[in-house]
Design a protein. Sequence first.
Length: 293
Amino acid sequence: ATPTAFLVASGRGAQLGVLVRGPEALERLRRVDTVVFDKTGTLTTGHMTLTDTTVAEGGPEASEVLRLAAAVEQGSEHPIGRAVVAAARHEEDGVARLPEVTDFRAVVGEGVSGRVDGREVRVRRPRPSEPLPEPLRRARAAADRAAHTAVIVEIDDRPTGLLAVGDTLRPTSREAVHEVRALGIEPVLVTGDGAAPAHAMAERAGIDTVHAGVTPEDKERIVTALREQGRCVTVIGDGVNDAAALASADLGMAMGGGTDAAIGAADITLVRNDMLAVVDAIRLTRRTLSTIR
Ligand code: ADP
Ligand code: MG
């Protein structure tokens, strides 16, 4: 594209709330044929709410398990962590009386852990067919049916609690997916979340191709494999777990409300968090960059 075309397109892009890092990014946006969407915080609002706390027999009661889980989640910037902390604070009448945590550790795409009140507490993703004590197994099945995300609370290496959190699609996600398809671009959902919530959200958004339960490294591998098929791939994400995939895409797009890691790894920032802006921006580049050059 000529410098003039770039200036025109990037100026209009800014009006749409699409901040572009350079001329090459705009040119690649014009050629995109595959959009890889992250789920939590991208297709969905990322404002998760705790919907259920279930505990195993013989362990601490539900409010105590939630309190311990929230204590370690205080150090997390993941939507699940924020939901758990908000729920625990709510139970305590909004007063922050969560216990101190030492040895805090966060593993991207996996969970958090730390020492609380002399116990080793971990909040993490469940493994695909992990055996769980009965009340937790049933709670996990119920979360799956409700398209909620289930995480396990381990205390001293024993699965002691199961927390379910729910999220909703962004208001424009479904329309944006539809419009993306109308432009001849294939939408794909790639998420670290489990199969049940992933497929339920994909169906609500109108996406047929789903990769669920993937690690941040898998996200990157999926993007690389698509590119090796000769596709021009854009990734849209918000999390620390999306940073590698964003960087390996032909074009990375970060949600404006996303993490610094995602924004730093992306070529484009969607300032208004509006998925329809992506569609407008692609249309814009197809119009401007082909006519002005
Ligand atoms: P997504 O692709 O949906 O944004 P992530 O890759 O960030 O998901 O996380 C994958 C899974 O790892 C989550 O569904 C959850 O089970 C687990 N996980 C990640 N971070 C946390 C956290 N802070 N607390 C509990 N579980 C977490
Ligand atoms: Mg996300």
